[in-house]
Ligand binder design. Structure first.
Ligand code: ADE
Length: 314
């Protein structure tokens, strides 16, 4: 619908005499263009809600961020990062949640996102204990393919975990939550304050405060392990104890763990970021071809990865 094209804008609505909560600041697009439904997720600074566009009936997930709360906690920057990384990634990949529009009112920032109706991969793993090797392979391949695209655009996610992996209508994966993302202007950057979720954080972040694309590959190793084993690769009774295990590379695959999956995990959970499979020579250049060619992915048809039916979740 051309009326909804963000570049053309839509006609301003008739001026109301009182400024309502939902009037957008630029007056072109606002929360009152949508009917809000269920809460899909809640974070520290945001709530994601199902929403239906009143005119087109198209459904979205709208992330509502509280401006006051963000400002009080010095987190306005993370909202800006999330928007900028999503804009940079555009509609370029089916495995990444698309940002359709943003708007704001006096109190909130609104990000209109693809709706992923089947929720978080985390809740599927929790519900089923673990995933079959076939399912794990499929979702691992979708993560790899989306990372390949994301990294080629110079974006690193830095907090990949099953809570940030959503499933759409067709049970295909969509990566979300780029609030911790980074747009690279050089290959390796030092981040002074950010540390991701303990169970998925790479050792170089703990030891040198360094992140590169390769930190996302470490997280991939943790996720593959978790899907198949049904538990975290690294987990201690506290965040600190988890970090100790990460730094010591202290994990073991349970008996019966698929051999090829184990071989892959062993090539991803490597301390040196430059030596992880997919990291390439400098730990910076994109060498995802080698990762896609790993024997664990032999059964994957990369050409139809986003069009073929997803395997039944089991
Ligand atoms: N929870 C968080 N983001 C979501 C989205 N885009 N779709 C569905 N559920 C979500």
């Amino acid at each position: 619908d051309p009326r909804l094209s963000p570049s053309r804008g839509i006609q301003p609505r008739a001026q109301s005499t009182t400024r309502s909560r939902t009037n957008s600041i630029n007056g072109r697009f606002g929360a009152d263009d949508f009917n809000f439904g269920d809460i899909l997720g809640e974070g520290s600074y945001s709530t994601v809600m199902q929403a239906t566009h009143r005119v087109t009936k198209q459904e979205y997930a709208i992330k509502v961020l509280d401006k006051g709360h963000l400002a009080r906690n010095n987190k306005l920057q993370t909202a800006l990062i999330e928007k900028n990384t999503l804009v940079k990634l555009g509609a370029g990949h089916p495995g990444i949640v698309k940002l359709h529009w943003t708007f704001q009112d006096e109190y909130s920032l609104f990000f209109v996102l693809d709706l992923a109706r089947n929720g978080e991969l985390q809740s599927r793993i929790s519900k089923m204990g673990s995933l079959s090797v076939e399912c794990s392979r499929y979702y691992a391949a979708q993560i790899v393919d989306a990372l390949d695209y994301m990294h080629s655009k110079g974006v690193i996610h830095r907090d990949l975990k099953p809570e940030n992996l959503l499933l759409d209508d067709n049970f295909r994966l969509k990566i979300t939550d780029f609030g911790t993302g980074k747009i690279l202007d050089s290959d390796v950057q030092t981040a002074k304050t950010f540390v991701g979720t303990a169970q998925y954080v790479a050792p170089e972040l703990l030891e040198n405060n360094e992140t590169s694309r390769s930190s996302d590959l470490w997280a991939l190793g943790c996720i593959v392990y978790q899907m198949i084993a049904g538990r975290f690769a690294f987990h201690g009774l506290s965040e600190y104890l988890t970090w100790q295990k990460v730094k010591a590379l202290d994990y073991t695959c349970p008996d019966g763990f698929d051999e090829q999956a184990k071989a892959l995990v062993q090539k991803l959970l490597v301390k040196s970021p430059t030596e992880r499979l997919g990291a390439g020579e400098q730990g910076s250049s994109n060498d995802m071809k080698a990762l896609k060619a790993h024997p664990f992915f032999k059964q994957i048809d990369w050409a139809t990865l986003w069009t073929a039916l997803a395997p039944t979740l089991e």
